[in-house]
Design a protein around this ligand. Structure first.
Ligand code: CU
Length: 146
């Protein structure tokens, strides 16, 4: 008789514990901000420079222009790819910003003042060819599908 009562008590305790363990699933409400899709203008043009530090400086200058979404300078091609909102800025503003940081672009010569302040390794050759397509080397026809 005592045994039965005990086991009932055990079951009751187990029941209580299992109830406690029932986790209340808290639904996390995430608000996804849907950004208005803005039509970006993609542009690429030649910019002279030497190295990774140049890349930082050039990209920082381009990104500093309001409306520029992304900037990526290619050290081999001496060329920058910029994506920007043309309701906020235009190509010339980006050329000027890069030139102000000391770098020559296709359209605007780099500021001499800023050029002098560049680290020695970054003082690129003003005669350097820019906006190189890199196509001169492509003798391989691997892109031909047929
Ligand atoms: Cu450099």
């Amino acid at each position: 008789m005592k045994k039965v009562i005990l086991s009932v008590a055990v079951i009751a305790v187990l029941g209580l514990t299992s109830c406690k363990n029932e986790n209340k699933q808290v639904e996390e409400t995430t608000t996804t901000e849907v950004s208005k899709e803005i039509a970006m203008t993609d542009l690429s043009f030649g910019v002279r420079g030497n190295c990774g530090m140049c890349k930082n400086t050039i990209e920082k200058a381009a990104n500093g222009v309001e409306g520029v979404a992304s900037a990526n300078w290619d050290v081999d091609k001496k060329k920058i790819d910029v994506s920007f909102d043309d309701t906020k800025t235009d190509a010339m503003a980006i050329h000027k910003a890069i030139a102000a940081s000391g770098y020559d672009t296709e359209k605007v010569a780099g500021s001499e003042e800023a050029y002098k302040d560049l680290p020695g390794c970054c003082q690129y050759d003003h005669e350097m060819a820019m906006n190189q397509t890199g196509e001169t080397k492509s003798d391989d026809h691997s892109n031909h599908d047929h």
